[in-house]
Design a protein around this ligand. Structure first.
Ligand code: S3P
Length: 747
């Protein structure tokens, strides 16, 4: 990404940036700058291999640097700008890590007259109680938030590059304006620090402090932990952000006055109301924090291994979602077996429970759904949280658009960044009322338009089963006929299952039509194994010499079998045995034996039929002989992660020549080394790089693998059983190391 990264201030934060930049191959060389009195620390940094070299002269430090990171305390930033000014380079990008942003911007204005357009202010919300380069670690920023606060004149390419840089470092990046950043941090970090310092200061000055502290217990320790933070640093932070902090202190004072009055008036009811509200609000924070930030699982994969044996991978995710949706809307009891007990499908299940549907199970993949009928759903009391699941959000939007109640759909960070206009626009044309963010993303605010939707004739601009299914579900509540035409065949589980529930749906060529004339009759569903999960084993056994694997009861719906076709074109040895139809879906056993693969140009018509399998197909291409080219797959950029970029980045770290293109990738097959790769919380990326271990020459570490649970919780146990040496480490401790007993994490 950079040729020469210059870190100004190689302490805990600067050192950790240098470490992770090196680990992720983000710069060819990394140098440090400090003052005379920092020399010892800089020398240590060099000896530890954190930086390649250091300088005490700014001119030398920044020479030829294309990225300069100012990692000093906020109070020093103005003097650093003054030092940098004579050597400021238009060709470089400058960024900082200061914890208050207005102070950085005004310092830049004072020094430069106006903020340079190649300065990208940023703030990683991470830290640790120790300081100095010796305390620096590779994963300080892993799964931690990082906020970028560009100004209106900041160069877009510079912002994007800094964003990508931090994402490569493992951070969860948000972009917001300076004022909002300072206001948010004042409330969630600076004010709590002030309260902790103030309380301990007050109690510490009391005559009986010894006695008070003697009887203080865990509550006191927890509340005051952050008063152990560095007083100089916090003095500087609070002074730098005083404009945001002072009004909050005033509000806190008013809140305390209110509580004082309630106590004086013995108003226990109001007092309870305040405490109870705070209690639930904190629970909300904890859920969000646990869900988004601290869940960190690392896979360590040893090179080599052979896949041998027989396996039945878990149930199909797409079919599992649809079984809950249609089973809930049906009349009568629907029994499901083979249901995928993974987070995505469980998010759909929970959403329907939240709308009043009684669902028994899941018990070993078995469910009984007490259908409430097409008009029987109830308004959910809260927002429907759909985690990582795009299918849940897009399909539910169609269904909820025509209900008699309003609803709000939310998801995790990845889902909240995915495009929703592809469904809200055609739904709006049907008369739906769904509000998104300005960017066209979730949360989705749906105003139910019962009886008011109109059928449309919609020609989809992209081949998407989710869009098609969303519109068919809306069409069940619309006046007239809803017709959806797809530009290329996509998975047809919705259509098949609607027929299975006796709901009339018409298919003519590439067009599917539905009306509101019909009802769903409960039925039994046998969910086949997910070919998208089987794909990891199809590739794994194809690339690991000596492998011989039988995958049982896999769904081979022709709209899903692109992975078999592509692997066969590459020379894979896959037999489809014992084909049968189970509950309207074709199923077979797949026998796969190792076979040397060769690179191919992947036919574009196969893209929608293998859309979820490309991450692992890229791994096959990386070890195939010759070049593999994929095009026409721009959709991969808007999946759970940007699967083109993320796979290219990871493969490059493993030494593979993988060139991303706008809508695909060009991979020069050959050998693959080891290294540490980021999955960016994308389940299929994590599993694909695990499979890469079978042919890697050195161990592979895959970060951020918790989301494997969204589609395939048994993955790690199954691959181990079949012959891959994979260890899953729960890194809650490691990722949380900086925050455990830490005193400076918010800075
Ligand atoms: C799915 C459709 C596909 C696929 C996704 C599941 C479905 O998405 O990538 O994992 O269940 O309908 P698109 O329809 O957006 O391509």
């Amino acid at each position: 990404m950079f040729n020469r990264l210059c870190i100004i201030g190689v302490g805990l934060i600067g050192g950790s940036i240098a470490r992770v930049a090196r680990q992720q191959n983000l710069s060819k060389s990394i140098v440090g700058f400090g003052r005379q009195q920092d020399m010892q620390n800089l020398e240590t940094a060099k000896q530890l291999g954190v930086i390649d070299d250091y300088y005490l002269e700014i001119a030398q430090a920044v020479q030829d640097a294309d990225c300069i990171v100012i990692a000093t305390p906020v109070a020093a930033i103005e003097s650093i700008f003054a030092l940098l000014k004579p050597f400021w380079s238009e060709a470089a990008i400058y960024t900082d890590v200061g914890s208050t942003k207005n102070s950085v911007v005004t310092a830049a204005e004072r020094v430069f007259g106006a903020v340079p357009d190649n300065l990208v202010p940023a703030h990683p919300i991470a830290g640790a109680e120790q300081s100095g380069v010796e305390a620096s670690i590779n994963d300080l920023f892993l799964n931690k938030r990082l906020i970028i606060t560009p100004l209106s004149n900041t160069r877009t390419e510079a912002v994007q590059k800094i964003q990508r840089f931090w994402e490569q470092c493992g951070s969860v990046v948000s972009v917001m304006d300076v004022k909002r950043h300072d206001a948010v941090l004042a409330a969630t970090s600076h004010l709590p620090h002030i309260l902790a310092f103030a309380l301990v200061d007050m109690l510490g000055h009391k005559d009986k402090q010894r006695e008070i502290f003697k009887y203080a217990a865990g509550g006191f320790r927890d509340f005051t932990r952050i008063a152990s933070s560095d007083p100089i640093m916090w003095r500087d932070i609070c002074s730098a952000n005083k404009n945001e902090i002072i009004p909050l202190i005033q509000q806190t004072r008013e809140q305390l006055n209110k509580i004082q009055r309630l106590l004086e008036n013995d108003d226990s009811q109001q007092l309870f109301a305040i405490f109870a509200y705070a209690n639930t609000a904190r629970q909300r924070f904890l859920n969000q924090f646990e869900g988004n930030m601290s869940k960190s699982i690392t896979f360590q994969v040893q090179p080599g291994g052979v896949l041998k044996g027989e396996v039945r991978v878990p149930g199909d995710k797409s079919i599992s979602h649809r079984s809950i949706m249609l089973g809930s809307l049906a009349e009568g009891l629907t029994h499901v077996k083979g249901f995928l007990e993974a987070e995505d499908a469980l998010a759909t299940l929970q959403a329907f429970r939240d709308m009043g549907v009684e669902i028994e199970g899941p018990d070993n993949g078995c469910l009984t759904i007490h259908g409430v009928g097409k008009y029987g759903l109830k308004a959910p009391e809260n927002e429907l949280y759909l985690g990582n699941s795009g299918t849940s959000m897009r399909l539910l939007s169609g269904l909820l658009a025509g209900q008699s109640f309003n609803s709000v759909l939310t998801g995790d960070k990845s889902l909240s960044g995915r495009p929703m206009k592809r469904i809200t626009e055609p739904l709006a044309a049907m008369g739906a009322d769904i509000k998104t963010t300005d960017k066209g993303t979730a949360p989705l605010y749906i105003t139910g338009k019962a009886g008011q939707l109109q059928g449309i004739d919609y020609v989809m601009p992209i081949a998407s089963a989710q869009v098609k299914s969303c519109l068919l579900l809306a069409g069940m509540y619309a006046q007239g006929e809803t017709r959806v035409t797809e530009p290329a065949p996509t998975r047809d589980h919705t259509e098949r299952m609607l027929s299975g529930f006796s709901y009339p749906v018409r298919k003519q060529g590439s067009k599917v039509s539905i009306t509101s004339d019909g009802h769903l009759q409960a039925t039994d569903i046998d969910v086949p194994s997910d070919i998208s999960s089987a794909a990891f084993f199809l590739v794994g056994a194809s690339i690991a010499p000596g492998s011989d694997l039988l995958l049982k009861h896999v769904g081979i719906n022709p709209t899903r079998t692109g992975v078999i076709d592509i692997l066969r074109l590459m020379g894979a040895n896959i037999e489809v045995l014992d084909q049968r139809v189970v509950g309207g879906e074709p199923v077979a056993d797949l026998h796969v034996v190792y076979s040397p693969l060769k690179g191919i140009d992947i036919p574009e018509e196969l893209v929608p039929l293998a859309i979820d399998e490309f991450p692992v197909l890229f791994v096959a291409a990386a070890v195939a002989e010759g070049q593999t080219r994929l095009s026409g797959a721009g959709e991969l950029r808007v999946k759970e992660s940007d699967r083109i970029q993320v796979m290219a980045d990871g493969l490059q770290i493993l030494g593979v020549n993988a060139q991303p293109t706008a809508d695909g990738m060009i991979i020069q097959g050959g050998s693959m080394g080891g290294g540490t790769v980021m999955s960016h919380g994308d389940h299929r990326i994590a599993m694909s790089f695990s499979i890469a271990g079978l042919r890697a020459k050195a161990p592979i570490t895959i970060l951020d693998c918790a989301n494997v649970n969204t589609s395939f919780p048994e993955f790690k146990d199954l691959v181990k059983r079949l012959g891959l040496d994979l260890v899953s480490e729960d890194c809650k401790e490691a990722a949380g190391r900086a925050t455990k007993g830490s005193v400076a994490e918010e800075s």
